[in-house]
Design a protein around this ligand. Structure first.
Ligand SMILES: [Zn+2]
Length: 193
């Protein structure tokens, strides 16, 4: 496992559950690092119990249904208290999924520009296959109404392809040919966060 990916996976978990305590995150991380999460089927995971974290059972089953996670520990004696919470079995599954996603392959092209006004246009027929995220930073705000930006466009898809795009920068229009090449998903996170 890579330290950098683990850090990013934790960051995403914290963003999704900002009110959760440090100890909740730590317990989820212990479960994840001890490799206790196994994918069992579509939207079903088995989490090995850890007695040192208070688990009474050797395994717990986490399911994702209609966008909500359910854990078999909800059905235990503590079920009534736990039902409204997100247990750390679920948190470990979310960490596992975050990590897997960050570690997965994606096909990317990066465009860097510096302009006041900017726009990147992708052919409309590709919009279901190709996604664009951008990160924008002001580099010159001496003209307060028209600050100059440094823009990084990250164009990506789940498959390799070569696409035509149109880049508009301060009225200047350029036709680009972008070759989307393979990288890992976390590179996109690093470029845009
Ligand atoms: Zn649980």
């Amino acid at each position: 496992m890579s330290r950098e990916l683990i850090d990013l996976a934790i960051e995403r978990l914290r963003e999704d559950f900002p009110s959760k305590s440090r100890s909740w995150v730590r317990r989820a991380l212990v479960r994840f690092m001890k490799n206790t999460v196994k994918e069992f089927g579509e939207n079903v995971w088995v989490v090995r119990g850890l007695p040192e974290l208070g688990d009474k059972y050797p395994t717990y089953v986490v399911r994702l249904r209609d966008g909500r996670y359910y854990c078999s520990c909800f059905e235990s004696n503590w079920g009534l208290r736990r039902r409204s919470e997100i247990c750390t079995h679920i948190a470990a599954v979310i960490l596992y999924r975050n990590y897997k996603r960050l570690d997965s392959d994606v096909y990317v092209s990066v465009v860097n520009i510096e302009c006041v006004d900017y726009y990147l246009e992708i052919p409309s027929e590709l919009r279901s296959k190709v996604r664009v995220v951008k990160s924008v930073r002001v580099v010159d705000s001496s003209d307060r109404l028209n600050p100059r930006h440094r823009v990084t466009y990250v164009v990506y898809s789940s498959e390799p392809m070569e696409i035509k795009a149109r880049l508009i920068c301060d009225g200047d229009v350029r036709e680009l040919s972008l070759k989307l090449t393979r990288t890992r998903r976390y590179i996109i996170e690093l470029l845009t966060h």
